[in-house]
Design a protein around this ligand. Structure first.
Ligand SMILES: Cc1cc2nc3c(=O)[nH]c(=O)nc-3n(C[C@H](O)[C@H](O)[C@H](O)COP(=O)(O)OP(=O)(O)OC[C@H]3O[C@@H](n4cnc5c(N)ncnc54)[C@H](O)[C@@H]3O)c2cc1C
Length: 325
């Protein structure tokens, strides 16, 4: 835990550690569906750490049927890695299409087709009601429809929760376990937070967000470090992430949890497109595949609040020439 008044960090089995400045970046703990019968059967595996990845590789080495619960980043990337080598892979999605909530259903369907072409099967709009086992090992996944999908291994890709239990006494945490910080990533006097746990104000809108992505955690870390050294730097960059499946990368800059309109340039089916997420008359985020150079310029424009208005978008736009000042 943390004692804010004494400026001390409490460590298990050790004397408290005094701090002048403290950075909290404990990341997330994978959700494990504790209410689901059979959730703790051997063969039901999360994926967060290197040890998790090693255990998963070992468990799937001779597996014939892998079921992945969750069709977002972890689930879909795990599916793209595990399909093949004699393994059947089924992804179970609560949504109509993978990534629907984050990227929109059209991009989700495109990814689904990409996976299906490689042999991955999908159960969409599906709810898991139990994990079944025999002889002390998982044997299948039961859906609300009573359908049973056989499984030697089940991968849980059902999100993470901020690993902030140890901060409960010191801070008022968000309902989802996030730790609120100000634009300087400060959570309390001399205490900063970065990465998956930090709920911070977005520079573009002032709306608060908690974003679980690699680049953002790095950007947060750098900004928090400067502020811990006495600078007064707000986090002003545009959030950015990527996901890679079958060697194809989607890159995403900005942040839009909801959008009023989605404008596409290029061709989704060919994985050569830009998707513009329009929120309250401005472009809040852009996703792209096969357009890596464009995304670099767009990220810069989003960071500087200089994206063109939606009505100014043109298919033939040369993003390198749309100058951010
Ligand atoms: C399999 C996988 C694939 C991913 N792929 C992508 C991707 O393609 N693109 C992308 O943008 N993002 C990806 N992510 C997400 C990205 O890795 C995270 O958003 C990022 O690592 C968050 O950084 P962080 O510093 O907040 O936390 P973490 O990287 O999780 O680091 C937290 C550290 O704190 C330690 N810790 C936690 N609690 C305590 C405690 N009480 N005491 C001591 N130490 C503690 C943890 O052990 C860990 O070492 C992926 C994540 C996973 C798991």
């Amino acid at each position: 835990g943390v004692d804010l008044a004494k400026q001390e960090l409490h460590l298990e089995g050790q004397l408290p550690l005094r701090y002048d400045q403290l950075l909290l970046a404990p990341g997330g703990t994978p959700n494990q569906l504790p209410k689901l019968p059979g959730h703790n059967l051997p063969g039901v595996l999360p994926l967060r750490t290197q040890a998790d990845a090693d255990a998963l590789l070992l468990a799937t080495k001779d597996a014939k049927q892998v079921v992945i619960i969750g069709a977002s980043f972890i689930g879909m990337e795990a599916a793209s890695s595990l399909i093949g080598a004699g393994r059947a892979v089924t992804v179970i999605a609560q949504e109509k299409a993978p990534f629907a909530r984050v990227l929109g259903p059209e991009i989700g369907v495109m990814f689904q087709k990409l996976h299906e072409a490689k042999g991955v099967e999908f159960e969409v709009e599906a709810e898991v009601t139990a994990l079944l086992g025999d002889y002390g090992h998982v044997t299948g996944v039961q859906l609300k429809t009573d359908k049973i999908i056989p499984a030697d291994v089940v991968v849980l890709g059902v999100g993470v929760r901020p690993a902030t239990d140890f901060l409960k006494d010191a801070f008022t945490l968000e309902k989802d376990g996030g730790l609120p910080v100000n634009a300087h990533l400060q959570a309390a006097p001399n205490v900063y937070a970065a990465g998956d746990i930090a709920r911070f104000p977005l520079a573009a809108t002032g709306q608060s967000a908690r974003i679980e992505h690699w680049r953002l955690a790095q950007q947060h870390g750098a900004v928090a470090a400067r502020n811990m050294l006495g600078q007064q730097q707000p986090y002003a960059a545009a959030p950015f992430f990527w996901t890679q499946q079958y060697g194809k990368s989607l890159r995403y800059a900005g942040h839009a949890e909801q959008w009023d309109e989605l404008i596409y340039h290029g061709e989704l089916a060919k994985q050569d497109f830009l998707a513009f997420y329009v929120q309250a008359g401005r472009i809040a985020a852009v996703a792209g595949m096969g357009r890596d150079a464009d995304i670099i310029y767009i990220t810069e424009l989003l960071s500087k609040g200089q994206m063109p208005a939606p009505a100014e978008l043109r298919e033939e736009m040369k993003w390198a020439e749309v100058k951010a000042s």
